[in-house]
Structures are given as structure tokens and as C-alpha cells.
Design a protein. Structure first.
Length: 378
């Protein structure tokens, strides 16, 4: 994304008459919208799966606790997209007066599109066709280099967290979790990008209703339902928009200022899970089904001035301010099911979990149970 924002750069044009320049600025005002929608597509696989990865990972380590029992969970995992599920969008939904195209497709963070450029063609308002240089016949267009996809067969969005659980009684347990700076190194992958804040936190409730139902309790089956909320936030800066000067004619040029952009991404995820489990000595097997709703939003703060300047006098004839280069929101939902295997008894246990849906999740972790009272309600 940072390379996209950096590339308000290569504009192929020459002699335009002075009275013709205003519509160029009018059409340039579509560029932030195009930038935002490209950024949304490029990062969609991350935005749709970071929050769910945290939620599934925490749920894999949640157990029904006795009254006054504590649990410390150290869990990690990842959502995995198969090659057929990695997004390969074919167009953007920009209602633009100009025409745009991609030379080799639209890259996303995981797909295999590389070396692609965004071509933004300005339109002649008199003819409705492509704007051309009257002197050379060349098309007047903006050419923007785009970041490549990683080209992986399976895209992974990892998550790891420390959580604390407490048995409040009535077969009910509460959990909270927190993770700081898990993705802070992401900024090292892009020039001019700095991640300044990055954290996730969540709260969860789990209730064993099977103990109230004779069918389950008589068969030593734990039937439980859990609900959870996870919030993820990332913010930082990008200094990749550089000053640009493009000649429009012998007497006029297009000037674009540089800009430092601040951005903020927030992701909220809620979900519920129904689980059936049974213990066989030190082994516990569980199956579950769940539903998750995910919402995300990115906003940006930073302006770029685009001006038409008379090169003979040095006077700015007209200027526009462009902003909101990475502003978008979206949502996703998922239903899935899977199984969890827990090994151990007493104060220490290990767990591994698999969830199957369009996006698979694998989680694992260590569980430490404290102040356990085997005779208390579970």
C-alpha cells in the first residue's frame, strides 16, 4: 500500500492549453477514492482474518473452571487461506470520471500478481474519449507502480496471546486476553512505513449448561456455550508520498506536494461457540460449531496539494487538496466447526485445535490451572 501512495508520479502529457487544465484537477480528485479502494482490496485478506484468528486462538484454550479457580493460557495459532480462497479481485468499485486499468491484475497481500501498474487515463470532457496530447497524440495518463502479492499457496494470519480465566460459579467462567505489538515488524517490509501502535485484547464468557441437563451429566459429557469479543488496533505513519512536478505545456505544469500520512486500523470481532466434550483419563476430546462476525475500518490523516502553476510567472493558477488516501471499511462473517484435543490433568495441560470453514484455523497452547478444587462445581 505504501508504494501505491508513493506513486502519484508518472504522468505522460505535454502541450495542453491553459484553459484546459481545470478538468485535470477535477478528475485528479478521484485518485484518493481509487487509492482507498485499492488499499482495501490489497489488505482485505488480513483485515478479514486477523481478528478471527485471535478469537479462535483464545477459544481453543478456554475451559470451564470450578468456582474460584484461575487459569493462565498461553496460546498461538493462525488462520490459513487455501490457494482457492486467496482473493483475486478483478475490478474496483470506483465511480470515476476517468478510466483505470491494471496491467497484470490487482495484487493483494497473498496472491501471485506482481509487476502490475495502475493506469489512470484522463478523459477529454469535450469528446468523452481519452485525453491526448494535441502535439504528440500521446494519451494523458497516470501510471502507478503497485506492491506485489506474496505469491504464497496458503496465506497465514498469525495470532498469539496471554489470557487469564476465572471461575465465577454457576458453571460459568470469564476470560480476558491481551497481546501487544504482534505485527510491529510489518513496517520493516515497506519503505517509509512505520508501525507505532499495535495491540489486541478480548473478553470472553463460557458456561457449561450440560451440568444442568441429565442427558449430558449422566454421560459425563460437558455441553457448553461461549461468547467472545476481540478488538485489534494498529496505527502508524507513512512518509512515502513524494513531491512531483509534471509538465502540462510550455507554460504550465502540474505540481503535487509530498505528504506524511497517519493511518489507523481497527478490527472488532464477536463470536459464539457451542461445544461438546468428554474426558477419557488425561485426554479430553471436544467438537464444536461456531459463528463469527468481523468488522474493520481504516482511516488516514494527511493532505497533498495538487496545483496548476504558470511556469513563466511562477503563479499558482489553481490548487486542490487531496486527502483520505486510505479510508475504507468492511465486514465478513463465518460459520465453521472443528475439534479440540486436550492432554493432561490437574494444573498443567496442553491443547491443540482445528477449525474448518472457508478459512481454516489451527491453534495450540499451554494451560495452567490454579487453585483447583476438584469437589467444586465445574
Amino acid at each position: 500500500m505504501s508504494r501505491f501512495l508513493a506513486c502519484f508520479a508518472v504522468l505522460t502529457t505535454s502541450a495542453l492549453y491553459a484553459q484546459d487544465y481545470a478538468f485535470v484537477l477535477d478528475q485528479a480528485e478521484d485518485i484518493p477514492l481509487l487509492s482507498s479502494q485499492f488499499a482495501a482490496e490489497y489488505q482485505r485478506d488480513l483485515n478479514e482474518n486477523i481478528g478471527t484468528s485471535f478469537l479462535y486462538t483464545v477459544q481453543s484454550g478456554m475451559k470451564c473452571l470450578n468456582r474460584n479457580e484461575f487459569s493462565i493460557i498461553l496460546v498461538g495459532g493462525a488462520d490459513y487461506l487455501g490457494s482457492d480462497d486467496i482473493s483475486r479481485p478483478t475490478e474496483l468499485g470506483v465511480n470515476s470520471i476517468g478510466n483505470y486499468s491494471f496491467t497484470t491484475g490487482i495484487p493483494t497481500v497473498f496472491n501471485d500478481v506482481e509487476g502490475s501498474e495502475l493506469i489512470y487515463q484522463f478523459i477529454d470532457p469535450d469528446t468523452g474519449g481519452d485525453l491526448v496530447d494535441p502535439g504528440t497524440g500521446d494519451k494523458v495518463r497516470l501510471s502507478v507502480g503497485l506492491p506485489a502479492g506474496l505469491g504464497v499457496d496458503r496465506g497465514a494470519t498469525p495470532a498469539g496471546t496471554i489470557g487469564i480465566g476465572y471461575g465465577v460459579g454457576a458453571n460459568t467462567s470469564i476470560y480476558v486476553n491481551f497481546t501487544p505489538m504482534l505485527f510491529s515488524s510489518l513496517g520493516d517490509q515497506f519503505d517509509g512505513l512505520s508501525i507505532e501502535s499495535d495491540y489486541a485484547f478480548g473478553a470472553h464468557l463460557k458456561h457449561d449448561f450440560g451440568s444442568w441437563i441429565d442427558f449430558f451429566s449422566s454421560r459425563n459429557i460437558h455441553a457448553s456455550i461461549s461468547v467472545g469479543y476481540n478488538a485489534y488496533s494498529m496505527s502508524g505513519t507513512s512518509s512515502a508520498i513524494v513531491p512531483t512536478v509534471v509538465e502540462l505545456s510550455n507554460d504550465y505544469e502540474l505540481q503535487a506536494s509530498g505528504a506524511d500520512l497517519e493511518f489507523s486500523t481497527s478490527i472488532s470481532t464477536i463470536g459464539s461457540r457451542l461445544e461438546l466434550s468428554r474426558s477419557y483419563g488425561f485426554i479430553e476430546l471436544a467438537i464444536f460449531g461456531d459463528y463469527v462476525q468481523n468488522n474493520y475500518e481504516t482511516t488516514s490523516d494527511g493532505d497533498m496539494q495538487v496545483s496548476i502553476v504558470n511556469t513563466s510567472s511562477g503563479v499558482t493558477d489553481e490548487e486542490r487538496t487531496l486527502s483520505n488516501f486510505s479510508d475504507y471499511d468492511g465486514s465478513s462473517s463465518s460459520m465453521g466447526g472443528g475439534a479440540t484435543l486436550t492432554l493432561g490433568q490437574g494444573w498443567f495441560r496442553g491443547v491443540i485445535s482445528y477449525r474448518h470453514s472457508a478459512v481454516a484455523n489451527v491453534s495450540f497452547g499451554l494451560l495452567f490451572h490454579l487453585n483447583s478444587n476438584s469437589g467444586s462445581e465445574g
